[in-house]
Design a protein around this ligand. Sequence first.
Ligand code: PMP
Length: 447
Amino acid sequence: MSENLSETRPNTPSLDAFWMPFTANRQFKASPRMLVSAEGMHYTADDGRRILDGTAGLWCVNAGHGRRGIAEAVAHQLERLDFAPTFQMGHPIAFDFAERLAAIAPGGPEAGLDRVFLTNSGSESVDTALKIALAYQRAIGQGTRTRLIGRERGYHGVGFGGISVGGIVTNRRAFPQLPGADHLRHTHDPARNAFAKGQPEHGADLADDLERLVQLHGAETIAACIVEPVAGSTGVLIPPRGYLERLREICTRHGILLIFDEVITGFGRLGTPFATDFFGVVPDLVTTAKGITNGTVPMGAVFARRAVHDALMQGPDGIELFHGYTYSGHPVACAAGIATLDIYAREGLLTRAAELAGDWASAMHDLRARAHVSDIRTIGLVAGIELTPRPDAPGKRAYEVFTDCFRRGLLIRVTGDIIALSPPLIVERDEIREMAEIVGAAIDRVA
Ligand code: PMP
């Protein structure tokens, strides 16, 4: 089949060898969608069509595509120092980058989340944060705290730690889990909160689920609780008012570390540098990736409270966190990261979503009257549009909207029967309207 495709599509390579992530190869090969270049808000497909990027790649290209400053910084760094280890060695750009990150750390200077562990992805950031939490509890004499709490419908990447605290059944089913992991209920309650703009009113009490797990397992067994402030991959689930505050209070009362997974919300998605700033709730650890380099070079970072970091530096040999990656602080990724932060600062992109959030919410909520739309959720520059599933084929309706949008020149993302939109933060108002129009037309057609 791939040979036939190559005949009809001159730029299409054989589609056999690449084992695609989270993708049914056979389905993809039947109608491949290939992106060959990108600039600003648009991709170009292999048939020459311009595709408006409604998803910032995969929630990561916050400053838009083809940023020259990043390309130049990467090229320069490759020539100057292509690689150097950070195990018992250092190179200046890793320290520079960590300091730049610390200067904009979640929660601002008072929060003290200014110790930065560098990784290469969101999954690595999550597993790093979970390990830091476990090592910290041990270091302060709380070694019985080995249990990790996540949440239903949470997505924390694909490491064994991440799938254990994650709440997506298909990601967990075939694999063993970390012992003792348990889950809070998710916060999605369409019966009470459908079509809420921003944070839903009802459901702060769902945080009391953590109190229930404390009573069930004993606080002395629980090391940390991890949540996405806004759950992205499972359909844009926005925390009810007061929910995160309550989680924080319960964690503090019981000596449980609170981890915010900001792999999606980090770097301006909500109109503040981090969701921690948006909600005004300060966790003990924050995981990031994606927008940290504008999606250009794989990288992630874990921000840790200084007290957590310092507790792990007290041991006799000064190493209590036996953990790290060959590419922690990779010089090329750091160069991309610094150039990215420069662009964010120069163009005000970490707060731009706040300026556009009103127009964004109106454009998206205008889709409310379309057929099969059962809920719309918006916050910052992210939206989830939920369709009523077809009883005979759950997920099919949204998937058809996705393929129809692509045909019309818009890249969206779907998960189950939920459409997710999260454009680059450089998006203009007319492009927001264009996205809503295309999604509306696609929903109409599928209906
Ligand atoms: N955590 C969250 C909240 C995410 O959204 C993602 C990726 N979408 C990850 C972790 C995993 O990141 P990666 O794919 O870079 O490993």
